[in-house]
Design a protein around this ligand. Structure first.
Ligand code: ZN
Length: 173
């Protein structure tokens, strides 16, 4: 693949070069996201700006996308607009997550490298609801049984591997 967003990049070079990218990535390009979508059509658009903050390489992320999820009650399609504006510290060493200020998310960048695609996919995954459900009464046909609460939590853990990484590491120390 030769798309600029699929290239593996050095996060320190991005941060120190204050790199900026306008991105428009087809939703079908995200391997972890697409299984959660009713249809992988459209794209995620926005900007990624890299800076150094508190000594960390940080991506300032602005994203817009319209995802189509599967309602877990009626199994019908459900629009899920995403408008994310976040900052993510890209950590070569996940053990440094506890030094990142709380308002900045953390993401592991193995060997100090990442792809723009990975950052965007992580943000899209974090934007997903715990359980996708139409508003009450909007299902068609109405009423399927809901999964048990334990099941739902298990699903959430699978969906959000990095969100909890910093939290877990902090707890360990
Ligand atoms: Zn529904």
């Amino acid at each position: 693949m030769s798309e600029p967003w699929s290239k593996l990049r050095d996060v320190d070079l991005l941060a120190d070069g204050r790199a900026e990218f306008a991105i428009d990535i087809p939703l079908a390009s995200f391997p972890r996201l697409t299984p959660k979508l009713a249809r992988a059509e459209g794209s995620a658009r926005g900007t990624l700006r890299f800076t150094r903050e508190f000594g960390f390489a940080v991506a300032d992320v602005a994203l817009d996308a319209l995802l189509e999820l599967v309602c877990q009650r009626c199994l019908g399609p459900m629009d899920w607009p995403v408008a994310a504006r976040t900052r993510v510290a890209l950590l070569a060493d996940p053990d440094t997550a506890d030094r990142v200020p709380e308002e900045i998310e953390t993401m592991h960048a193995p060997a100090g490298r990442t792809r723009l695609l990975d950052i965007v996919e992580e943000e899209l995954l974090l934007s997903l609801p715990v359980v996708a459900l139409h508003e009450r009464g909007a299902c068609d046909p109405p009423e399927h049984e809901m999964p048990e609460p334990e099941e739902r939590e298990a699903q959430q853990d699978v969906q959000r591997p990095f969100e909890r990484l910093g939290e877990l590491l902090k707890r360990d120390q």
